[in-house]
Design a protein around this ligand. Structure first.
Ligand code: NAP
Length: 367
């Protein structure tokens, strides 16, 4: 009998759900014992439910292949089968919001990838290297709802994962950012499966991703916010203008960033100092040696033509952000290119790292 924590994956058949299944295989702390998806998949063995749409290179993990997929809308089915769930559901926001609350109400914590609860002000939106202290809000959340064991914690949108760590590292080192312009080039896997049609995507760039620019501009303020008065209060800045584009890349979101520091000219950091800050940046996941923490959260590339999705997305298990082309900006202060793996750091592995942080902090004790 395994002494690992039994976990469920809601939306286990989708793009992100499959990553969860693949990346939780042989996890030292967690074991997948429960899989759920839409009523279309419910009742089938997992391997049949994903037949012809298993998108991850490796085989379906043997421990999950024969699990019977349950209907994610039926919370009672999960009771007693798993201690907490990862949510990778794609449904309308209000349905996901009430469903995630129903799992928490039933005493099953939810570690979510969905955007539905990102703006709920007592729900932490975690990037463990940046705002691990936001887990402090969970006690308030449980008090607000009268939940004894259940709670909801979410991760932010994949579009901002690549540049949030570099921005935060600079702010933490005493170099606050006043405003920035971000142009993202986002992989097709970010749209789920089957996602954008090949007719729209091959030989093309689509300069619009519904809701993405708003998320890119706003979510950073909550991530950099403060736990105060029973909620997370947004940081006042930086001011962000985003251009989000869908490009014909399978995995890996790239962002071109130009930014201005909120500092007098003589206090602004040199390029050498910025590189030193990024290279030495470490956070709580590295201190705690969490299983999926990258050794170096930010990797600085010096080649003139890096980072690139195909070459750099797998850096440190797909969990490190690669940054390059750091140079002066004639309009703002500096500019650079940042890249992260959208379905690993930006989705499933980011969710798993959140769960590892929660476990290390004792949130899964006594479930
Ligand atoms: P996806 O490939 O479309 O998968 C959606 C999953 O939700 C499938 O398991 C599907 O089950 C299930 N589902 C759909 N309708 C349902 C219903 N009515 N009841 C219960 N389950 C239902 O989507 P995805 O790309 O994996 O995204 C999943 C979530 O992660 C979304 O909220 C998305 O915004 C977020 N996210 C995605 C990425 C990314 O890079 N793709 C990054 C960050 C966050 P069936 O297979 O049975 O239909």
């Amino acid at each position: 009998m395994s002494n690992k924590i039994a976990v469920g994956v809601l939306g286990a058949t989708g793009m992100v759900g499959q990553r969860y299944i693949a990346n939780l295989e042989n996890h030292p702390w967690f074991e997948v014992t429960y899989v759920a998806a839409s009523p279309r998949s419910a009742g089938k063995a997992y391997k049949e439910a994903v037949e012809n749409r298993w998108l991850i290179g490796a085989n379906i993990p043997a421990g999950v292949a024969d699990l019977i997929v349950q209907d994610a809308n039926d919370v009672s089915a999960a009771k007693g089968k798993c201690k907490f769930v990862f949510s990778a559901l794609e449904m309308d926001k209000e349905t996901i919001k009430s469903l995630e609350a129903a799992y928490a109400e039933a005493g099953i914590p939810v570690v979510s990838n969905a955007s539905a609860n990102r703006w709920t002000d007592d729900v932490p939106m975690l990037i463990p290297e940046i705002n691990p202290q936001h887990t402090d809000i969970i006690a308030e959340q449980q008090k607000h709802h009268g939940w004894k064991k259940g709670f909801i914690a979410v991760k932010p949108n994949c579009s901002l994962q690549s540049y949030m760590a570099p921005i935060f590292a600079l702010q933490q080192a005493g170099y606050p950012v006043k405003r920035m312009i971000v142009t993202t080039m986002q992989a097709v896997s970010g749209a789920g499966y089957p996602g954008v049609s090949s007719f729209d995507m091959i030989d093309n760039v689509v300069p619009y991703i519904g809701g993405e620019e708003e998320k890119t501009e706003k979510e950073c303020l909550k991530i950099l916010g403060t736990v105060k008065n029973g909620k997370i209060e947004n940081a006042p800045g930086p001011l962000v203008a985003a251009h989000c584009n869908r490009v014909p890349v399978i995995d890996g979101h790239t962002a071109c960033v130009s930014l201005e520091f909120d500092l007098p000219e003589d206090k602004k950091p040199s390029l050498e100092e910025i590189e030193r800050v990024w290279t030495s940046f470490r956070g709580v996941p590295q201190e705690l040696n969490l299983p999926n923490a990258p050794e170096h959260p930010i990797i600085v590339r010096h080649e003139v033509n890096r980072p690139q999705p195909r070459r750099d997305r797998e850096a440190d298990k797909g969990m490190a952000v690669s940054v390059g082309r750091l140079r002066k900006c004639p309009v703002f202060d500096i500019r650079f290119v940042a890249l992260s793996h959208n379905t690993k750091r930006g989705a499933a592995l980011g969710g798993i790292l959140n769960a590892e942080l929660l476990k290390a902090k004792g949130f899964f004790d006594n479930l």
